[in-house]
Design a protein around this ligand. Structure first.
Ligand code: SF4
Length: 422
């Protein structure tokens, strides 16, 4: 069954609205005009776009929507995946992190290889094409733990795509194994690793990183590991974490830097803006100048400017529903985003930081959310190959992995709309 509910003040429409550049301020309109002509937008122009307010902001999001439509038309993709966070024990002390525990803390865990493989098996049985594996930097794990995880999963479910290990984990693992980064990555790939998450990027700026992570993984190290992954044939996502001690100039520089890497390697599959979740963050609780995450307008600007600056280089812009909420993520489909990320099954990193949007969006819920924005749901694989277009039917009605009441449904907000008579 199809659920064509209206979505708040956004009319369901597969066609983007024309940007009203005449109403935008002249300098602003000129930048957007160049973007619509397919010209590359510089870092300085991107920074100017981040200043959008009022009619300029309307013109910015409408322009991003037009450029998004040129790439993906009415389709919005998602991937059926399971997050497996194999340990939450970590002593790195990143100050924004609400996920890490010490060994003796309540709730500290390190999953056995058998448990990780069993969770991957269960994920595939529930329709997942991918498992996303990340964990803390546990002091007791040996350097070959990462390869052992990959081997254990591949032995149990040979066909599943393994999207695993942040650049921070690769940095940790290669040091523990006393191997070069390339050799460490080549070995993981040989065992069956498919792609890596481009997390731990935060903001690629030394001063900001000093405050967030004490610069334990420097921007240069992140860049060097990601480039090495791309060189050995492991593609990755690209991310930014914003809305804390950062500023628009960092955002424009970060996106411009990712674009330069993409020109060099072509290894990024998508860009995923990740808003800072402040609730249980030690950084937010201890310092008065830390912002409580991005505002709604910051989210609009981030996704729209990224779409415009990355056009032709990274054409998949993801709205992260665990960070934004399903409703917020849905609104960004009209501001440049064309992908809703994963169904997740066991999201725990954002929840550990106080995120309130649950740990799973089932494929059927995902399809309903996308349709309510006037778009066509498309299940994709990790590499953005189309698996199923849900234009005339729905995904199977698989119950969530962790049972919940209807009031805990992540798309409960849609129930206020009455389905039109047929
Ligand atoms: S962000 Fe990652 S590396 Fe940093 S403390 Fe948290 S789990 Fe550890």
């Amino acid at each position: 069954m199809i659920h064509p509910e209206p979505q708040f003040d956004i009319p369901p429409s597969a066609q983007p609205a024309s940007p009203n550049l005449a109403d935008a301020s002249p300098e602003f309109g000129a930048i957007l005009e160049r973007a619509l002509d397919g010209r590359e937008i510089s870092e300085a122009e991107g920074l100017a776009l981040f200043g959008a307010e009022g009619r300029d902001l309307d013109a910015l999001t409408a322009t991003a929507d037009v450029i998004r439509h040129r790439h993906s038309g009415p389709n919005v993709s998602f991937v059926v995946t399971r997050n497996i966070n194999f340990t939450n024990v970590c002593y790195m002390g990143c100050r924004f992190c609400g996920f890490a525990k010490h060994r003796e803390d309540d709730g500290a865990e390190l999953l056995s290889l058998e448990e990780v493989a069993a969770r991957a098996r269960q994920a595939e049985d529930r329709g997942a094409t991918e498992v996303c594996i990340q964990g803390g930097l546990h002091p007791d794990i040996p350097g070959d733990h990462y390869r052992n995880i990959v081997r254990a999963i591949k032995a149990e479910v040979p066909d599943i795509h393994i999207h695993a290990f942040s650049p921070f984990e690769i940095w940790y693992g290669h040091k523990k194994r006393r191997m070069s980064v390339e050799a460490f990555l080549e070995d993981l790939k040989a065992q069956g690793l498919g792609t890596i998450p481009g997390t731990a990027a935060e903001i690629l700026d030394t001063e900001v990183r000093k405050r967030l992570t004490r610069n334990k993984l420097s921007a240069e190290q992140w860049l060097s590991i990601v480039k090495a992954a791309h060189r050995v044939g492991l593609r990755s996502t690209a991310t930014i974490m914003y809305g804390h001690v950062d500023a628009p100039r960092h955002w424009a520089a970060h996106i411009a830097l990712l674009r330069e890497i993409q020109k060099e390697t072509g290894g990024f599959t998508e860009f995923v803006p990740l808003g800072f979740v402040h609730y249980d963050s030690p950084l937010y609780r201890s310092e008065s100048d830390v912002r409580p995450g991005p505002t709604r307008d910051d989210n609009l600007r981030m996704h729209a400017v990224a779409r415009i600056m990355l056009a032709g280089w990274i054409d998949n812009i993801q709205a992260s529903w665990p960070k934004l909420g399903p409703q917020g993520a849905q609104q960004l489909l009209h501001a440049g985003a064309n992908d809703m990320g994963g169904t997740l099954m066991n999201e725990s990193i954002t929840r550990a930081a106080g995120g309130r949007f649950g740990q799973e969006m089932t494929p059927r819920e995902m399809a309903r959310l996308i349709r309510a924005a006037g778009r066509i749901p498309v299940q994709r694989d990790t590499g953005y190959n189309t698996l199923t277009v849900y234009d005339t039917h729905d995904p199977a009605d698989t119950p969530p992995l962790v049972s919940r009441t209807t009031t805990q449904s992540p798309i409960r907000f849609l129930d206020q709309f009455t389905e039109p008579a047929r």
